[in-house]
Design a protein around this ligand. Structure first.
Ligand code: SF4
Ligand code: SF4
Length: 130
């Protein structure tokens, strides 16, 4: 039997979960129920046209998502799906309409509208004015 203690440690690379959650923004109402359940705070609110808070959407930072499925379970509108990691970035590019993640690789060249102002504060949080 091989002595596993002498094997070299694997290279340090970020291991993606088997599946990632992707929001189909066409069905998102911006209700923010999912945000409350995400254990790693990777769900972001995206302001709507002219930054009207009542037209916001939600998106997921796929670099942070751990694939726990809680958002899928609790979305009342069933507009979040678990997608195999190898396909998730492509699907996210297709299903995302607006984003506050201008540096995300999967957004580059996708035609997604980048909203620079955001994310919006969570419901109930204090907003500094002026
Ligand atoms: S729970 Fe569903 S509908 Fe509500 S904000 Fe999240 S993704 Fe959108
Ligand atoms: S699958 Fe889990 S970690 Fe990923 S966005 Fe949903 S609640 Fe957050």
């Amino acid at each position: 039997m091989a002595d596993v203690t002498t094997q070299a440690a694997p290279a340090k690379a970020k291991k993606r979960p088997r599946e990632l959650a992707v929001i189909n923004q066409a069905g998102c109402t911006g209700c923010e129920v999912c945000i409350e359940f995400c254990p790693v705070d990777c769900m972001l609110t995206v302001p709507g046209p002219e930054y009207d808070v009542h037209k916001k959407l939600v998106e997921i930072d796929l670099d942070i998502c751990i694939g726990c499925k809680l958002c899928v379970k609790y979305c009342p509108w069933e507009t979040i799906e678990m997608i195999p990691s190898g396909e998730a970035l492509q699907v996210a590019a297709e299903w995302t309409e607006r984003s506050v993640l201008p540096d995300a690789e999967w957004i580059q060249g996708s035609g997604i509208e980048i909203v620079e102002k955001g994310p919006l504060p969570l419901p109930g949080s204090k907003v500094e004015v002026g």
